[in-house]
Design a protein around this ligand. Structure first.
Ligand SMILES: NC(=O)c1ccc[n+]([C@@H]2O[C@H](COP(=O)([O-])OP(=O)(O)OC[C@H]3O[C@@H](n4cnc5c(N)ncnc54)[C@H](O)[C@@H]3O)[C@@H](O)[C@H]2O)c1
Length: 380
């Protein structure tokens, strides 16, 4: 029985793309924590060389490159200096903290470079609009760094929704997070992170469900944010002074109305007095899908998913076995390079993530005002 149900959701076959005949020249903007994952994945590609990198902190770019055994790469003090001095670049990865996503991305696009931009897209909706207007003007693209898009289990969620097994989707509960897990560093400061748990891990769970249902436009939002944990020194065992720098949210919740009538009920946490704010559940008129929660959502789902549906009038539960994942970082970089070579569409286009950003932005604004707001998205 369960085989018959599962056979509807066929595995996607990944089309083999041609690598470039010449080595693509890549620059890395921002050489902190996550740049290492970009460097590792670029190193795996036969048709790439990292030729330049930059960081605002003197010596950081050089040290990061050397830790990855990348030698002879030219290092610069910031994105402008790097791009101005490297006219042969083919593309860049933007690995800066959130408040420095829009500026370097716009500068790169204006200099003819496609951009692989780390998540979240930006901090504000206005910044996202500016980036998209620059894409339109320059004809160059931005792909946003949601590597879970390439996970087979995440893809299964979309396939189940698209198969019609759930029927029309009317309500989604999503979010997740952890009991204790405030990251520290640039993530917790207003000047660098901009927004906290909401941006850091909230954007992933929103992408999981919005991508599954075809990214409908958000219409209204009632948002709430709080910071009851981030200012407590005991949250940072490695350096209690981090608490003094905390200036963002560590928990957020929202009720969002989407075009077409679907309701999105969302909550996300870096710290709380519970193990999880709940699994993700997609409710359709003909079935529902439960997706076990995770700490972060930056990889795969939290466990075997359950499909609830009626078969010949009987309430039935079908377990969706976990599928083996791939190297998500390899795929994220490869798909970006494929689009650079072909001049094709971004693997994770801003036209979709705009709505993710509009929700994050709407939650912040609604929380500040203490009431529901209409989400207004300007023309690009
Ligand atoms: N996809 C994922 O799984 C994942 C995981 C972690 C972080 N991230 C994202 O990656 C981004 C960076 O995170 P991180 O942990 O590496 O932060 P980080 O603070 O360790 O590193 C960011 C670096 O960017 C540099 N920088 C900022 N503006 C710059 C500019 N204009 N030019 C040159 N350098 C500049 C900073 O000096 C810093 O060294 C964040 O937006 C985060 O959300 C994604």
């Amino acid at each position: 029985m369960s085989d018959a149900v599962l056979s509807q959701f066929k595995q996607e076959t990944i089309e083999e793309k041609k690598t470039s005949d010449r080595k693509l020249k890549i620059g890395i903007i921002g050489c902190g924590g996550i740049s290492g994952a970009h460097m590792n994945a670029y190193k795996m590609q036969p048709d790439v060389e990292i030729v330049a990198a930059c960081d605002l902190v003197p010596g950081r770019a050089q040290a990061k490159l050397e830790s990855k055994e990348l030698y002879g790469v030219r290092c610069y003090a910031n994105h402008k200096e790097m791009i101005d001095n490297e006219p042969e670049l083919d593309a860049v990865s933007v690995c800066t903290y959130n408040t420095q996503h829009a500026g370097p991305t716009i500068y790169a696009l204006e200099h003819g470079l496609p951009v692989l931009l780390e998540k979240p897209f930006t901090v504000t909706l206005e910044e996202a609009i500016e980036v998209m207007r620059t894409e339109k003007r320059t004809g160059k693209f931005v792909s946003v760094g949601f590597q879970p898009r390439f996970d087979a289990n995440m893809q299964m969620i979309k396939k189940i929704v698209e198969s019609g097994t759930l029927g029309e989707i009317y309500y989604i509960q999503t979010g997740g997070g952890r009991r204790r897990g405030i990251p520290g560093g640039s993530f917790i400061m207003k000047e660098t992170g901009g927004i906290g748990a909401l941006a850091d891990i909230g954007c992933y769970s929103l992408d999981m469900v919005l991508n599954a249902i075809g990214y409908p436009k958000p219409l209204t939002v009632t948002g709430y944010t709080s910071d009851f944990f981030g200012k407590r020194p005991e949250m940072y065992w490695y350096d209690p002074t981090e608490a003094e720098r905390f200036g963002v949210d560590d928990f957020a919740a929202a009720f969002i109305r989407l075009e077409g009538g679907t309701i999105l009920d969302f909550r996300i946490s870096w710290a709380m007095h519970a193990d999880t704010p709940g699994d993700t559940i997609i409710f359709g008129k003909e079935g529902a899908l439960r997706i076990p929660s995770t700490d972060c959502w930056n990889g795969s789902v939290g466990g075997e998913m359950t499909l609830y549906h009626d078969v010949c009038g009987k309430q039935t539960e079908t377990k969706i076995p976990l599928l083996p994942s791939c190297d998500l970082w390899y795929e994220k970089i490869r798909r970006f390079l494929d689009a650079v070579i072909s001049g094709g569409e971004a693997p994770v286009p801003t036209s979709q993530i705009l709505y993710n950003q509009a929700i994050l932005d709407g939650i912040v604004k609604s929380a500040e005002l203490g009431r529901e707001i209409k989400i207004e998205i300007p023309e690009i």
